[in-house]
Write a protein that binds this ligand. Structure first.
Ligand code: ZN
Length: 179
């Protein structure tokens, strides 16, 4: 696909600017997705799940704000969607492919969110291992530790919400069309 040699194929992130451009996109889009899910759940009277996602959206926005601060005074590259160096399954859009259902239970919602946060942790972790730049590796390691904290938090929440029983997706009052 790319005659540029092995290094390019490994999708290495070389500069702080490049790392921040990726992480800002990751966190901003995660926040938007979480907000959207929260809104859908609230519309369908699934308040428990709505609250979970509202909280997750606020964490992602906090993280994004942190990165904005780090990016101050730096010229971040504008990266085209197809040029992002996401590893498999770790794109910020991946949450869209996770089979969201408007009647999903808190357990299912938390499981989806855990996958997203875990993918982010993996992404930063791999940058921390593979970037040729020591500063990039250091910052990526910090980000990966933060994501690890989010995964741990979700694990704690999941314990409080057992898996759903059969029939969770049967709507007793299907008055409204899903949005
Ligand atoms: Zn996170």
């Amino acid at each position: 696909m790319n005659p540029g040699g092995e290094l390019d194929q490994l999708n290495l992130i070389h500069t702080i600017e490049e790392l921040l451009a990726h992480s800002l996109t990751l966190e901003t889009e995660a926040a938007e997705h979480y907000d959207e899910i929260a809104h859908n759940m609230a519309v369908h009277n699934n308040q428990d799940v709505a609250e979970v996602f509202t909280k997750l959206a606020s964490y992602a926005r906090l993280h994004a704000a942190e990165m904005e601060t780090l990016a101050e005074g730096k010229a971040l590259p504008v990266i085209k969607p197809w040029d992002f160096k996401w590893p498999q399954d770790a794109s910020p859009e991946s949450v869209d492919d996770m089979g969201l259902h408007y009647l999903m239970t808190p357990h299912q919602a938390l499981t989806v969110a855990r996958k997203v946060e875990y993918a982010a942790m993996q992404f930063y972790g791999s940058v921390a291992e593979t970037s040729p730049d020591p500063e990039v590796r250091k910052l990526a390691l910090e980000f990966s530790e933060e994501e690890k904290g989010h995964v741990a938090l979700l694990d704690e929440w999941i314990v409080h919400y057992p898996p759903p029983e059969d029939g969770w997706d049967e709507d007793p009052d299907p008055a409204h069309m899903p949005e």
